[in-house]
Design a protein around this ligand. Structure first.
Ligand SMILES: [Zn+2]
Length: 117
């Protein structure tokens, strides 16, 4: 739960740093990109954020999670590609791969009310 709480805190700080008070009130939804390899519990992040948001002006905001594809790089030829599956070999040369991303959490999109100016 501790880890999830700090993620929820980071979402709050991101919003406060990027939007002014009036804009914050118009935010409806935040899409959070979550790497496939992230070990945090999404429901716990949501619960933690619901708790934190009560004391803010954006207390109506909903969190939506989008699980990201994995990003690979071939150790042999340098080919980079994405896949939703766990890949073992490069599609181009058959070489060994390393995973580039899949462990991060970031704000993908902030959805604001359509009638806001
Ligand atoms: Zn390759």
């Amino acid at each position: 739960m501790h880890h999830e709480l700090s993620i929820a805190e980071r979402v709050k700080i991101f919003l406060e740093n990027n939007f002014d008070k009036n804009q914050l009130k118009d935010i409806k939804r935040i899409d959070i990109g979550i790497g496939k390899l992230v070990m945090a519990d999404k429901e716990n992040i949501r619960e933690a954020f619901d708790m934190i948001k009560k004391e803010t002006v954006f207390n109506e905001v909903e969190i939506n999670f989008i699980t990201d594809e994995l990003r690979y790089e071939c150790k042999e030829c340098g080919e980079k590609f994405s896949s939703a599956d766990y890949e073992l070999h490069c599609p181009k040369c058959g070489g060994n791969l390393k995973v580039l991303t899949g462990e991060e959490i970031y704000i993908k999109n902030v959805e604001r009310s359509p009638n806001s100016k």
